[in-house]
Write a protein that binds this ligand. Structure first.
Ligand SMILES: NC(=O)c1ccc[n+]([C@@H]2O[C@H](COP(=O)([O-])OP(=O)(O)OC[C@H]3O[C@@H](n4cnc5c(N)ncnc54)[C@H](O)[C@@H]3O)[C@@H](O)[C@H]2O)c1
Ligand SMILES: O=C(O)[C@H](O)[C@@H](O)[C@H](O)[C@H](O)CO
Length: 250
């Protein structure tokens, strides 16, 4: 086992499935103690057990990124000693802007933007209490840097995450807290189940210069870099992992 992240405690939000569960496994395989955070405690407990059975170190905590009380409880107790946080939890509600309900708009912004802020703030307060700094990695999206149809609230939330990453980096550098973002392109997970089989999905694929969607493992090296001391002079950085999608001319 590569011990790159050995000695680090890293909390991952939305860790019960998709990219979050993959991130938790990847960080644990690299030697970190991973705290898997999700709304469904039973799911992350099972995932933490599986990681422990394969030789990693992991624990689980209940955390809803739209519920400040649950965030505060996590960072006052089990996550008080975090060295890094991966702000991964996110939702997407597709629909024409003319038909979008206020409830759906609020749900996306509350989870993807306000949730990232509340978790980052609680993490930074905990890091300041320990006085050792830390790393916050926000999972934004290429859709924070370009747009796609029928995803207005999602695109707005992710653009907000990109800007907030830079703003928090500016404020928290003095505390030794680094804040960076990863902008994934398209990866096959629950959030876009079925999308790749639609005409829009097929058209999108043609706009990716590498002509493939991302493999979850494509995100491993950037994630580990940003969580580790190797990125000690990086803060406010926004890293796209997208097969060239952002530089596509189509
Ligand atoms: N899959 C992609 O192609 C892609 C591309 C760019 C960005 N992203 C981003 O990556 C992140 C992970 O997405 P994914 O593809 O794994 O999607 P997913 O739907 O498979 O997983 C999202 C996770 O977030 C959790 N979650 C949702 N609301 C939550 C809340 N209030 N509190 C705690 N957890 C909550 C869900 O339970 C789920 O486990 C998201 O922020 C998403 O926007 C994904
Ligand atoms: O790139 C992204 O950030 C995500 O993949 C989402 O945009 C989904 O693709 C969308 O929910 C599809 O409807």
């Amino acid at each position: 086992m590569n011990q790159n992240l050995s000695g680090k405690t890293i909390l991952v939000t939305g860790a019960s499935g998709g990219l979050g569960l993959h991130f938790a496994r990847t960080l644990a395989a690299d030697g970190a103690h991973v705290i898997l955070a999700a709304r469904r405690l039973d799911k992350v407990e099972a995932a933490a057990k599986e990681i422990a059975e394969s030789g990693g170190s992991a624990s689980a905590v209940a955390l809803d990124v739209t519920d400040k009380a649950s965030i505060d409880v996590a960072f006052a107790g089990p996550a008080a000693n975090v060295d890094a946080v991966v702000n991964n939890a996110g939702i997407s509600i597709a629909g024409a802007a003319l038909d979008l309900t206020e409830e759906d708009f609020d749900a996306v912004i509350d989870t993807n933007l306000k949730g990232v802020f509340l978790v980052a703030q609680a993490a930074a307060r905990a890091m300041n209490t320990r006085g050792q700094g830390g790393s916050i990695v926000n999972i934004a999206s290429v859709l924070g840097l370009r747009v796609a149809g029928h995803l207005s609230s999602y695109c707005a939330s992710k653009a907000g995450v990109v800007q907030m990453t830079k703003a928090l980096a500016l404020e928290w550098a003095r505390y030794g807290i680094r804040v960076n973002a990863i902008c994934p392109g398209y990866f096959q997970t629950e959030i876009n189940a079925g999308f790749f089989d639609t005409p829009a999905g097929e058209a999108m694929m043609k706009r990716i210069p590498q002509r493939r969607i991302g493999q979850l493992s494509d995100l491993d090296a950037p994630l580990k870099l940003l969580c580790s001391d190797g990125s000690g002079y990086m803060t406010g950085s926004v890293i796209a992992v997208d097969g060239g999608h952002l530089v596509s001319s189509m």
